[in-house]
Design a protein around this ligand. Sequence first.
Ligand code: HMG
Ligand code: MG
Length: 309
Amino acid sequence: MAKDIRIVEVGPRDGLQNEAAHLSLEDRRQLVSLLASAGLRYIEVGAFVSPKWVPQMQNSGTLISGLFELKKEKVISSGVQFSALVPNPTGMKDALQTSLTEIAVFGACSESFSKKNINCSIEESFERFAEVIRLAKQNRIKVRGYLSTAFGCPYEGAVSPKVAVNLVQRLLKMGVYEVSVGDTIGVATPKQVRLLLRKLKDKVSLRKIAMHFHDTRGTALANVLASLDLGIRVFDSSVGGLGGCPYAKGASGNLATEDLVYMLHGMGCRTGVDLAKLVAMRPWIESRIGRQLPSRVGQAGVPSHRYDQ
Ligand code: HMG
Ligand code: MG
């Protein structure tokens, strides 16, 4: 039986935060609108972080108000769920000025990365998340959790699966509905993915786990396959393979949404995404970011024949 897979599109956030070109608000709005019209139903559109740290995400509040206007005008379907990153109560206060019904907190599995990315220790970050989650619950806002460097850290090397399992459990206990486990610098192979997911399965329901792969070393789709076999049904990806993380050197693009969708559809999975529409966005995005996108399916195009019979 075909599997339904939920794709969380992170291009407008994880993607754009690492592009040298800073897109205008109008272009960011247009990007989200195009993604929604290609069938993406979960889109992370911005981040309430410091503009001094990540200037690409500035004015996310204004962007989000514009996107809700597009929903009202039915340019964007009412079924599309927007979300944005929130690191601390300051960011949450800004998020509360918008109509968002979902946000995401983001922590790390290694101390050095936590310090570089959000300027605090893992323990301090969890204290901040507790307050963010409290404010979110008070305002009926759903919270997703991210854990970066779950397989490896650019500063500390390999990360023990025990660390990730413990932090996933803590985030779930705090009230996030799902944890996205991140291979931030694209070092994992299917062996590590299976090991971590088997350990996680002993402690939490894998229905509460999403996987977030970066394709830095070409292992992202292999890691998706390993995750699918173990029961994961939610994957983060970014259109064209945009992205990375400004505080993880070498964290090149996220797994490209086109590549993920092509493989999933070819395996009989359903995503709700129109692959041809997604691929057709490519020239527009490339013209805005001023470089070629790495997605393989984007470069090769959607085949005119079906090969999945
Ligand atoms: P900080 O400097 O430690 O904050 O930054 P602070 O509390 O000391 O305050 C200093 C100043 O920042 C103050 O302003 C605050 O008001 C302001 P001043 O008085 O100097 O004028 N400030 C803020 N401004 C806007 N929004 C806020 C905010 N908080 C304080 N929320 C902070 C701490 C977390 C804000 C900073 O470190 C930051 O913005 N970091 C950026 C983190 C980021 O966006 N990283 C990329 C995303 S994570 C990622 O990509 C990984 C992921 O994709 C998964 C994966 O791949 O593994 C999720
Ligand atoms: Mg990422």
